[in-house]
Ligand binder design. Structure first.
Ligand code: FES
Ligand SMILES: [Fe+2]
Length: 388
């Protein structure tokens, strides 16, 4: 069961051409294409005649022609031609879906079309900003979408799963601050006085110690903006080397998810070699995640129904996001089985401090682990005003 009243990433803009593209989103087969005039369309990938996939057909002028008996459908889903006869049956129509492009992303709305508001699209402007350079990847993950959300909300896994690229022990040793604002869950971790991650250090041309930070901003149910980077010790984040990792997570079915990944940086923007190296390095990171989540999905399917996750303090964002996702699902699917919910069978074992729920806003802080006391901020004459 999926939240349908939201924009899902269906692909990159440059993937959608006059060559029909099949995408299954939330178990719904969709065909995306452009007309010869460049108009974008998203239709049910099922011909009204006898259910042959329209994605196996071809675009002619402003219609898509079915590859079986040649029925043609316009971007509004209405049949425009039946080759074997002159009259067109009134029921010869396929469903259309609102579709929109922005900053290189293509989004589709599966729910109530009257609620498909482009103002609900997340901010992705870094992709279109010449002051930023972007690397993208697309990976089909062999797991349910929930596991990817949990993965992004609990970045302590970087210490272990990505130890040669973006990981280090200091990540799990630092505490987090979790904020909830409506349907957005943010998990912030500040790591003062640490080395830059191995994958970026060379591109950044950095040595020595910095303040590293990352904030996972989960727009429940399907999009994460990871605000990340390093800055001079004690300096404001916006002065530093900044990274925006945009993660569009699109469910295919109960055990497959499309992962659309964009990594935008504001440093080494014209450095083609750095871009090429990041492309390879980031593919490694994604492969590590994909492999881990594939086996986690198998584990989830093998474990007994009553065996639940054991959440800890660092999972505060995970727990909050699951509750919001459950609320969205309950709103759209009132009769749904509560036992199947993402949060029903889990109970965090931590004692969060400073939780101050207030309407739809709340803030939770989770202390650093015992093996790393809170680091005293050092501001040295060298670091004041330093642009790392
Ligand atoms: S199934 Fe498409 S034209 Fe017959
Ligand atoms: Fe990861």
């Amino acid at each position: 069961m999926y939240v349908l009243n939201t924009w899902y990433v269906a692909g990159w803009s440059n993937e959608i051409t006059t060559q029909p593209l099949a995408r299954t989103i939330c178990e719904t087969p969709i065909v995306l294409f452009r007309t010869e005039a460049g108009e974008l369309a998203a239709l049910a990938d099922r011909c009204a005649h006898r259910a042959y996939p329209l994605s196996a057909g071809r675009v002619i002028d402003s219609s898509i022609q079915c590859g079986y008996h040649g029925f043609a459908f316009g971007t509004d889903g209405v049949c425009t031609r039946v080759p074997a006869q002159e009259s067109i049956p009134p029921r010869a129509q396929v469903r259309t879906y609102p579709v929109v492009e922005k900053d290189g992303w293509t989004w589709v709305w599966l729910g109530d079309p009257d609620r498909a508001d482009v103002d609900l699209l997340p901010d992705t402007h870094w992709m279109a900003d010449p002051e930023w350079a972007t690397v993208t990847h697309t990976v089909l993950f062999e797991c349910r979408h929930n596991l990817i959300h949990d993965n992004l909300l609990d970045l302590t896994h970087e210490s272990f799963l990505h130890e040669t690229t973006v990981g280090d022990d200091y990540i799990y040793q630092h505490g987090i601050t979790v904020e909830v604002d409506g349907h957005v869950v943010s998990v912030d971790r500040l790591m003062p006085d640490v080395a830059a991650p191995p994958l970026y250090a060379q591109t950044m041309g950095t040595e020595g110690l910095y303040d590293r930070f990352h904030t996972t901003e989960f727009h429940v149910p399907n999009f994460h903006v990871l605000h990340s980077g390093i800055t001079g010790q004690g300096r404001p984040r916006e002065e530093g080397y900044l990274i925006k990792v945009l993660n569009g997570i699109t469910p295919v079915d109960a055990s497959h998810s499309w992962y659309y990944y964009a990594f935008s940086r504001n440093f080494g923007v014209d450095n083609q070699q750095a871009t090429a190296e990041l492309e390879v390095g980031l593919a490694t990171v994604l492969r590590e995640d994909a492999e881990a989540l594939k086996y986690q999905e198998i584990g989830m399917r093998q474990r007994p129904a009553k065996e639940a996750d054991v959440l800890i303090g660092q999972d505060a964002g995970v727990a909050k996001a699951r509750r919001i996702l459950d609320q969205l699902l309950a709103t759209e699917h009132p009769g749904r089985d509560a036992a199947a919910s993402a949060s029903a069978a889990v109970s965090p074992t931590h004692q969060p401090t400073g939780e101050t729920p207030s309407g739809s806003r709340s803030v939770t802080t989770v202390r650093p682990s015992a093996d790393r006391p809170v680091t005293a901020r050092r501001i040295t004459p060298e670091s004041v005003g330093a642009n790392p």
